[in-house]
Design a protein around this ligand. Structure first.
Ligand code: URA
Length: 239
């Protein structure tokens, strides 16, 4: 069998870019047959056991397992599996799942919170199809006080990329005079939709967090961490 560099093996498995894999090797997070891997090391994919953060890395086709995970995405990470500009991606955060995963929908680089990723195409299609009207709940923290008129204004549909969204459901959570927290529920999930609703009312967004999607909530999942959804959770998500 042809030997390949560890970093190429990671990209072949679809779990990380070469650059991220090299960084993982440099950080001592990768082992080959129990020994810490070295930069540029070559492996035999048919014989060697490669682990990342203690978990075996294998091509997803080897496992045939369909999984869906929930990630608590931090700000500063792009919702993509590889980024040509070299920015940090959500792929790096869930590489230890050991299989190639795709994000379901997206969260802006500056947003944080609940992001689902899966290798189950059917589930991804179901959840991203607008006709299934899966609610997504966000908490937007905006500068200053917010008037009732602004809150009402945020419920109105908005045109994004030539399409008009459904009305949003808006609830004021609280305010200390400096900042106001608003809960925004939408199911369309169009690009920058919540930020655009805020901007239309002249509100400056300080932070934006997705807290729930369908029947799932972030719960106490720490920022930057992921967990597998249970079969029961996936069944419930599909309604
Ligand atoms: N709406 C936004 O404006 N940003 C997100 O990341 C998600 C929804």
């Amino acid at each position: 069998m042809e030997l390949v560099r560890v970093s190429k093996y990671f990209t072949d498995c679809g779990i990380m870019s070469r650059r991220a894999a090299d960084a993982a090797v440099a950080d001592g997070l990768v082992t080959v047959n129990g020994n810490v891997a070295e930069l540029g090391q070559k492996i035999d994919p048919t014989r060697d056991i490669v682990k990342y953060k203690g978990k075996v890395v294998k091509p997803s086709t080897d496992r045939g397992e369909k999984i869906c995970i929930m990630l608590n995405k931090p700000r500063g990470y792009v919702t993509t599996m590889s980024d040509e500009k070299g920015r940090r991606t959500v792929a790096e955060l869930c590489a230890d799942a050991g299989v190639r995963l795709y994000p379901i929908g997206r969260l802006d680089m500056d947003s944080d919170g609940l992001l689902l990723l899966t290798n189950d195409g059917e589930l991804a299609n179901y959840l991203s199809h607008p006709s299934h009207r899966v609610d997504k709940v966000y908490v937007a923290v905006v500068a200053g006080n917010v008037t009732t008129a602004q809150l009402e204004g945020m419920t109105r549909p908005i045109e994004i990329d030539g399409k008009t969204t459904s009305p949003a459901r808006i609830k004021k959570i609280g305010s200390d005079g400096q900042l106001t927290a608003i809960e925004v529920t939408i199911h369309d999930g169009r690009r920058h939709q919540v930020r655009k609703l805020c901007a239309r009312e002249g509100l400056k967004v300080k932070s934006l967090t997705r807290t729930a999607e369908g029947s799932l909530t972030l719960g106490n999942l720490p920022l930057g961490k992921w967990r597998k959804l249970t079969a029961a959770e996936i069944k419930k998500l599909k309604g």
